[in-house]
Write a protein that binds this ligand. Structure first.
Ligand code: CIR
Length: 258
């Protein structure tokens, strides 16, 4: 049986020059276009090295955040759904993914109600957690849960800690028994029966790492996290995230995987 982080395919989208205007909560410096391009190129290469065939879609100038394909759709091996992103500037991104998803999945579902971003959806071995956030409301989470249940998946709606963009900004799966989470998520007691590794102080952003087959993609600016997961015998591929971090993104955001 395959593990929830076993992937053979992914979809990514090249950054547009407009990515420098991507949404961000803070007021720090904008990313440099060429810096984002370099980080994205290394990320797509790392997915390939991990054994994933990646469809790389062309840039969309009209949507600065469209490089973050994880948010406007959600996929599992057994189906794909276009979501309704909670940020008004991102609402139109979902339909732009329809042709690429239809090429792989045939039928593509559409979220019936509310708003939901894929960054709020964490797949665990025996259930799928949907975090309520500023981008995912209860109507959207319930509509997504109904779709998941129609596919035979168990879904649970949980709270994302205040101040976090997405649920997965703050947690990720390391292996089938272990999640890494910021203290706020760890303390919420959401992961019954699993080990929870807390992020090191000052490395909370490392929680948005990505397990792909037998490799963990981890931000290279988080040396203590890298050391801790290497000590747990994980294979690590450090990747630069400094530029995408300026627009509140991490490593899960730049692909849809199945
Ligand atoms: C946004 O605010 O929507 C983008 N600037 C960042 C999206 C990051 N996506 C993710 O965490 N799944």
């Amino acid at each position: 049986m395959s593990r929830v982080f076993d992937f053979s395919h992914a979809i990514a989208r090249q950054p547009a020059a407009s990515v420098v205007d991507g949404l961000r909560a803070g007021s720090g410096p904008s990313p440099a276009f060429y810096g984002v391009q370099a980080e994205h190129g290394a990320y797509v290469a790392a997915l390939g090295e991990a054994g994933v065939v990646v469809d790389v879609l062309p840039p969309l100038e009209a949507f600065p955040d469209s490089i973050f394909v994880e948010d406007p759709a959600f996929v599992l091996a057994e189906g794909a759904i276009l979501l309704r992103p909670g940020a008004p500037s991102r609402a139109g991104e979902a339909e732009t993914l329809a042709p690429a998803l239809a090429a792989h999945f045939g039928t593509v579902a559409r979220l019936e109600a509310g708003n939901a971003d894929g960054g709020d959806v964490l797949i665990l071995p025996d259930e799928v957690l949907i975090g309520l956030s500023a981008r995912t409301d209860r109507a959207g989470a319930e509509a997504l849960a109904r779709w998941l249940e129609s596919l035979g998946r168990r879904a649970r709606i949980v709270a994302t800690p205040p101040g976090m963009l997405h649920f997965k900004t703050a947690c990720a799966l390391l292996d089938e028994e272990t999640v890494i989470a910021t203290p706020a998520v760890a303390e919420a007691g959401l992961f019954d029966g699993m080990d929870v590794l807390r992020t090191s102080e000052g490395e909370e952003a490392a929680a948005n790492l990505l397990r792909v087959n037998d490799v963990l993609l981890v931000g290279e600016s988080f040396p203590r996290t890298i050391e801790r997961v290497v000590n747990r015998r994980h294979a690590v591929r450090p990747l630069a995230v400094e530029q995408i971090g300026r627009i509140d993104a991490g490593l899960s955001c730049m692909s849809l995987r199945w």
